[in-house]
Design a protein around this ligand. Structure first.
Ligand SMILES: [Fe+2]
Length: 403
């Protein structure tokens, strides 16, 4: 039986544009690397952090001591959830007159997004709401910002390399949208898997599924290129061998954490350049109405969204390039050779189903979502980068299957 490796992605190369990348350091030694970044900087730094465990474990005190020993003054901002406009505006008002020379975020996706947004808003006079995509009175940001350094402590969003910060205001009239500009790509991304060793297993599962969703959605996106395909495939390969060990087994943790951190990094570059699909469309609509962690929502919806995409692609064209890619992803994630596209897609759904069962991703109902909410969700869900155009009925199928 022949693998689908050579047929996925075959065809004429489409035109594409690439966003800038940060200076990226991947590997151990973040303390030294961050210290070196700030070696010449003896002014004020805003340090954005989340979980207090980084303080308790001594990681942050060591970082602060290292920076302060070079003469830097550290201001601190704590973030404990996905940032709202209010949180960003308050921080900007508090630190605007502090001559902040750089913003350094050390934490999960929300911490990175908060730092990225504050760095983008410190030079601006208007509130952040004016620059959020899709908001009334939207103004294009001019790209002026304070330098921003991202140090992720979870493996998921890929925010350390993306050009957007997700800002949310959760509630009946809520939203979850992006502050976006190519200048918002962090100046430095320092990814040290050692920082991720204390992440609890349920958070590893949720954030890992976010990375997996991003890899898959970018891979099958109509805006994918051979460049983003290469990154997505490399990310999926590393993800495949280490996701379940990271979520269930502490043996071999260091190399497994490294694999997943690398997958998340690849997913961030791929998504920034190829876009995302329907799961992230729901992340914006469902995430604006209901308080659901982003990774958990991705984990909960990925199987059924993939099933619906494959169904609609098959109805459109049984040889659709995105189907071939889904088949290839099925081979990689299952570790089996399929031989043909249809079998590869079946392997993909089977593998995602096994993970859903093994890791127990919660149903939407557990977050208060009811049948009666589906209409208002599908009415505003958009995803122009999905593998195939989905109507409201298709979206309803996905949500109903996970209620
Ligand atoms: Fe995501």
């Amino acid at each position: 039986m022949q693998s689908l490796v050579s047929s996925a992605g075959a065809g004429r190369i489409p035109g594409f544009s690439l966003l800038p990348l940060p200076c990226i350091h991947f590997g151990t030694g973040f303390l030294q690397v961050v210290g070196d970044i700030f070696k010449q900087c003896v002014s004020n730094i805003l340090l954005v952090t989340g979980q207090r465990s980084l303080d308790r474990s001594g990681v942050l005190p060591r970082l602060v001591a290292k920076l302060e020993s070079g003469g830097t003054t550290i201001f601190r901002m704590h973030v404990d959830r996905e940032p709202s406009p209010e949180v960003i505006n308050r921080a900007v008002a508090q630190y605007r007159s502090s001559n902040i020379a750089a913003v350094l975020s050390v934490g999960g996706g929300s911490v990175l997004d908060a730092g990225k947004a504050v760095s983008a808003m410190l030079p601006q006079q208007l509130p952040v709401e004016r620059f959020i995509e899709g908001q009334e009175g939207f103004l294009q940001h001019d790209g002026r910002k304070v330098p921003f350094i991202a140090v992720p402590t979870t493996s998921g969003t890929g925010s350390e390399v993306t050009n957007n910060a997700v800002i949310s205001n959760v509630g009946p009239e809520g939203f979850k949208r992006s502050l976006r500009h190519k200048a918002f790509v962090p100046d430095f991304a320092v990814i040290d898997p050692v920082l991720m060793t204390s992440v609890p297993r349920d958070l590893s599962a949720a954030s890992g599924m976010d990375a997996c969703t991003q890899l898959l959605e970018a891979y099958v996106s109509p805006f994918a290129s051979p460049y983003t395909d290469a990154l997505a495939l490399s990310g999926l390969e590393h993800f495949s061998r280490s996701f379940i060990p990271v979520c269930t087994d502490r043996a071999g943790e260091s190399s497994a954490r490294s694999d997943i951190a690398y997958s998340a990094l690849m997913s961030g570059i791929a998504l920034a350049n190829a876009g995302l699909g329907i799961v992230h469309g729901f992340a914006s609509s469902v995430g604006g109405f209901f308080d659901i962690p982003h990774g958990t929502l991705c984990a909960t919806l990925l199987l059924e969204a993939t099933r619906e995409n494959i169904r609609q692609l098959n109805a459109l064209d049984r040889h659709h390039p995105a189907l071939v890619k889904y088949g290839r992803a099925g081979e990689i994630l299952s570790g089996k050779i399929a031989g043909d596209t249809h079998s590869g897609c079946a392997l993909l759904l089977e593998t995602l189903g096994l993970w859903q069962e093994l890791l127990g991703f919660p149903a939407l109902r557990e977050f208060g979502i009811r049948e009666s909410d589906i209409g208002r969700i599908t009415a505003i869900t958009r995803s122009k980068s999905n593998a195939v155009l989905l109507g409201e009925d298709n979206m309803r199928c996905i949500l109903e299957a996970r209620l």
